[in-house]
Design a binder for this molecule. Structure first.
Ligand code: DQA
Length: 145
């Protein structure tokens, strides 16, 4: 089984970007933590970050993963193209957010991508991603048993 962790615009700035909202840890350390957690469960993991909407869409089209953990950044709130890309593939996608998007500016409470995702996990810091990994571990174990 294989997971893809897809991070959108400005998430390469983690650690330096609004640390009061997004924490002090970098994207590299998050990706390493997630790859370690996946490896412990015998799951392969690809990681990809881009500030370019089209590159995220291409990655979704081309992914050979069995599940995707996606933080679309601000694209969450307005990218119909990203939404259509999620809808176009048959792979389950879980949307994650570090911050609680429902407790911030009103525009962040709207996700155009979440309705075509399996679900949304928001507000648990980096644990939002870990929770999504745990979900897929359980889902894959049901699928293979
Ligand atoms: C975010 C929330 C978005 O509103 C914001 O634009 C981001 C990060 C989060 O992980 O909390 O870039 O997706």
């Amino acid at each position: 089984m294989k997971l893809l962790v897809l991070n959108g615009p400005n998430l390469n700035m983690l650690g330096r970007r609004e640390p009061g909202v997004y924490g002090q840890e970098t994207l590299e350390s998050l990706e390493q933590e997630l790859m370690n957690a996946a490896a412990e469960k015998g799951i392969q993991m690809d990681v990809f970050q881009s500030n370019v909407e089209g590159e995220l869409i291409n990655k979704l089209h081309e992914t050979g993963a069995d599940g995707v953990i996606m933080n679309p950044g601000a694209l969450t709130h307005y990218s119909y193209s990203l939404r259509d890309a999620v809808a176009a593939i048959s792979v389950p996608v879980v949307e994650v957010h570090i911050s609680n998007v429902h407790a911030r500016e009103p525009f962040r409470a709207v996700s155009v991508t979440a309705p075509v995702c399996t679900g949304q996990i928001s507000g648990f810091g980096f644990d939002s991603y870990h929770t999504a990994v745990d979900y897929f571990v359980r889902r894959f174990s049901h699928e293979t048993s």
